[in-house]
Design a protein around this ligand. Structure first.
Ligand SMILES: [Zn+2]
Length: 416
C-alpha cells in the first residue's frame, strides 16, 4: 500500500466507509498522525497538508477486534483433542508446563499472535505464567497486549499442581515485569489461575496490586462444575462468594468464564455490576463447562478465545459467530443482540484490558483499524444494515489491511 511504515508517519484513509461509535458506516477521510486518529472529515478530493493520501474508496473500516483472553503459547497443543473435560486439560497443562522450554513457548506465541493479527485482532489479553516470553512475542509482532501475569500461592484441586510462589516473590516478580514491559503497546497486570489457586491473602494482594497500578486482576472462575465443587469443598464458598466477602468484586477484576453459575452466583454478579466478565463460549463448550447466561447479566462482557487446546479455531471471529448462535438455541429471548456482540469484540474488550484509546474509530483514539474490501463478487447489497455488514465482515472475511497504532501490520491479507 505504501512504503513508509513508521508509527510517526502522517497519512489519510481517503473516501473510506468507517464504522462510527453510533454503529453506522459513514463515508469520510480518516486522518492518522503519530499512531492516533487526528481528525475525521467528510470525504473530499484534496488532502490536508503533510498527510499522505491512501485511496480507500469502497472499503469498510472497522475498529480492530479485542481478544480479551488468550494463552498464545498453548498453540503447541492444538488438535490434541476436539473436546475434553476441564480436569484433563488442566492436568495436561500443568504437567507439560515444566517440559516446555521458553524457546518453544516463544515460537508458539509468535505463531498464535500472527494468526490473531491476520484475523483482525489488534488488542489481546494474554494470560501467562511466563510473562517475559509472551511480552517479547507481542513486541515482536507489534500487537497491543495486556500481559496478565498469573501467580498462585495455593492449589486445592485434584489435578497436577501449577507453579506456586511465596507472596514476597510474587510482589518482587510482578514489579520487575511491570517495570520492564510497560509501554505504549504493552501493559502488565496481575492474575491468578482460578478460585482454587489462591488463598484469601493472595486475592487481597492481587486486588491491591491492581488498585495501586490503576489496573485489574484476572482469574478463571466458575469454569464448570468440577472446578466450582473443588472450591466449595475447600473454602466452603463459591469463587464469587469468596470475592464478594473480601470486598474485591469491583471494577478491578476480570472474571474469565463464569459459565457454571447458579441463581445465587447470578445475584452476586448483579450486586457487583462494575466487575468485568470475559466470555469464552467455544472453550466453555469444548470442556463441557456450561454457558454464561449473558441475558441475565448487565456487567461489561468481553469476548475471548482462551487457548488452542480448548478451542481449535482459536479465532475471535469464530467465537463471535458461536456467541451469536449458541445463546438461545431453543428460543430468541436468550440471544445476544448484534449490537452487544459488536461491543463485546471492540469497546467492551478494550475497557476490560485497560486499552482506553481503543475500540472505536474516533478522533483522539489510537489508529487500530481494519480495512475490508467490498469487491464485486462479495459486494454488499445496499439494503443490508450497517450492523449486519460489520458482523458479516467479521465472521466471513479476512481484513485486507490491519493497522495497530498507525503501523501497517497486515498489507493485502499478508503480514507486512
Ligand atoms: Zn484461559
Amino acid at each position: 500500500m505504501e512504503k513508509d511504515n513508521s508509527r510517526n508517519r502522517m497519512f489519510c484513509l481517503k473516501n473510506v466507509n468507517y464504522f462510527n461509535e453510533n454503529k453506522k458506516f459513514k463515508n469520510g477521510d480518516v486522518y492518522i498522525s503519530s499512531g492516533h486518529i487526528s481528525k475525521i472529515k467528510d470525504a473530499e478530493k484534496s488532502t490536508d497538508e503533510g498527510y499522505i493520501p491512501i485511496d480507500a474508496s469502497g472499503k469498510y473500516a472497522q475498529p480492530g477486534y479485542i481478544n480479551a483472553h488468550l494463552h498464545p503459547s498453548k498453540e503447541l497443543y492444538m488438535g490434541l483433542s476436539l473436546y475434553d473435560p476441564i480436569s484433563n486439560v488442566l492436568d495436561a497443562v500443568h504437567k507439560n508446563n515444566i517440559s516446555e522450554s521458553n524457546e518453544s513457548q516463544y515460537h508458539a506465541s509468535v505463531s498464535s499472535l500472527h494468526k490473531q493479527i491476520l484475523n483482525g485482532v489488534t488488542g489481546v489479553g494474554i494470560f501467562t505464567s511466563r510473562p517475559s516470553v509472551d511480552a517479547e512475542a507481542a513486541l515482536n509482532i507489534g500487537i497491543r497486549a495486556n500481559i496478565q501475569y498469573a501467580v498462585n500461592d495455593t492449589w486445592v484441586g485434584k489435578e497436577s499442581i501449577p507453579v506456586i510462589q511465596e507472596q514476597n516473590d510474587i510482589i518482587e516478580n510482578f514489579s520487575r515485569i511491570y517495570q520492564k514491559y510497560t509501554s505504549e503497546l504493552i501493559s502488565v497486570s496481575p492474575a491468578t489461575a482460578s478460585e482454587i489457586s489462591c488463598s484469601d491473602n493472595l486475592l487481597k494482594l492481587l486486588n491491591k496490586l491492581a488498585k495501586d497500578h490503576d489496573s485489574f486482576f484476572s482469574m478463571h472462575i466458575n469454569e464448570g462444575k468440577h472446578q466450582s465443587d473443588q472450591c466449595f469443598e475447600y473454602f466452603n464458598k463459591s469463587g464469587l462468594e469468596r470475592l464478594e466477602s473480601l470486598g474485591i468484586l469491583d471494577s478491578h477484576v476480570n472474571l474469565i468464564h463464569c459459565c457454571h453459575i447458579n441463581n445465587e452466583d447470578v445475584n452476586i454478579i448483579n450486586r457487583n455490576p462494575t466487575a468485568n466478565i470475559i466470555h469464552c463460549p467455544i472453550s466453555n463448550s469444548f470442556v463441557g463447562a456450561g454457558t454464561l447466561p449473558t441475558y441475565r447479566i448487565r456487567n461489561n462482557i468481553a469476548l475471548g478465545t482462551d487457548a488452542a487446546m480448548v478451542n481449535p479455531s482459536n479465532s475471535i471471529n469464530s467465537d463471535a459467530l458461536f456467541a451469536l448462535y449458541h445463546h438461545g438455541d431453543d428460543g430468541f429471548d436468550k440471544k445476544l443482540s448484534s449490537e452487544n456482540l459488536i461491543d463485546m469484540v471492540t469497546i467492551n474488550g478494550a475497557k476490560c484490558l485497560g486499552m482506553t484509546k481503543s475500540g472505536y474509530i474516533r478522533e483522539g483514539f489510537s489508529a487500530d483499524i481494519l480495512l475490508y474490501n467490498n469487491n464485486d463478487h462479495l459486494k454488499f447489497d445496499e439494503s443490508i444494515s450497517d450492523i449486519n455488514k460489520f458482523i458479516i465482515n467479521m465472521i466471513n472475511k479476512k481484513p485486507e489491511h490491519v493497522f495497530v497504532q498507525g503501523k501497517h501490520l497486515v498489507d493485502n491479507f499478508k503480514l507486512a
